[in-house]
Design a protein. Structure first.
Length: 289
């Protein structure tokens, strides 16, 4: 029996119970979340890490609500599948939600369009009527570090100090609904344009959090300042405002959050992931110094 048999069964049985008979099982992503194409138009996302920090369907419920709000307003986002109630669902212990399939293209996203589409989402999210937890991923990451022995003591203390300082700084800034995990892996270039996906981490915070998430790799790891400036310029040209001090603090907080989650998301990292993790830790240590 494969490790994937049970989550696949959970997704297919849930779809069948809702009146849709899967005619394929194409694995699009296999990580802490399993992404499956079950029909020509139906995609299931199944949380495989059922023993991780997030239990139940609370995060998926928020994701579904914000995705519906964005879709109704015509935002550049992948919609939930229209032929099923939005859920989220839970079957055989696995949280599940269902999405419309879109066709990815290989072309790299235009940096200016990255900034423009992010601002479009931010504008639409401002009118989201439901309350969201403030700075949720930051407070959650701090709790994870305090509850688990994931790093040597000196590294854990450094990460906690950065996150605590970021919370003190960011809680006083204007907040609005955010994507929460707006890195480029959650932006798909498709046959119908750039589409944002994976709204599971949505929370209330300053817009600079999402901007920092978009530019972090390009600015710190890749040192591609032209790409960074193109994204920022487009965001501002679309009507967005960026506080430089808030952006700098969000870059630090984002790096600390990514570091805290790394051992959970990648328990057996390859050499490239190990290198990226070490680079983030070193960068944060420089900032602490």
């Amino acid at each position: 029996m494969s490790d994937l048999d049970l989550p696949i069964r959970a997704a297919t049985e849930t779809a069948t119970a809702q009146g849709i008979t899967p005619d394929r099982c194409e694995i699009l992503q296999n990580g802490s979340t399993l992404v499956l194409r079950l029909t020509e138009t139906l995609v299931a996302r199944v949380v495989q890490d059922t023993q991780g920090p997030r239990q139940g369907t609370e995060w998926f419920a928020r994701e579904n609500a914000i995705a519906q709000h964005l879709t109704r307003a015509g935002a550049p986002t992948i919609p939930l599948h229209p032929d099923l109630p939005p859920g989220p669902y839970q079957h055989l212990g696995y949280p599940i939600n269902f999405w419309q399939f879109v066709t990815r293209i290989d072309a790299e996203p235009d940096p200016a369009q990255i900034g423009t589409t992010l601002h479009q989402c931010h504008e639409i999210m401002r009118s989201f009527p439901e309350p969201l937890p403030a700075l949720a991923i930051v407070t959650e990451s701090l709790s994870i570090l305090q509850d688990r022995d994931l790093f040597p003591k000196s590294v854990s203390e450094m990460l906690c100090d950065h996150l605590s300082a970021s919370l003190d700084f960011l809680r006083h800034l204007p907040h609005q609904p955010l994507h929460g995990d707006a890195h480029l892996g959650n932006l798909m270039n498709t046959t119908i344009g750039l589409l944002w996906t994976d709204w599971e981490d949505t929370f209330a915070g300053p817009v600079e959090w999402d901007i920092a998430s978009v530019i972090w790799n390009a600015q710190i790891l890749e040192e591609d300042q032209a790409k960074v400036e193109s994204i920022l310029t487009a965001y501002r040209a679309a009507g967005g405002q960026i506080d430089p001090a808030a952006l700098e603090q969000c870059l630090i907080a984002r790096a600390a959050v990514m570091t805290a989650w790394y051992p959970i998301l990648y328990p057996n990292p390859n050499a490239e992931r190990q290198s990226r993790l070490q680079r983030r830790i070193e960068w944060l240590q420089e900032k602490a110094g």
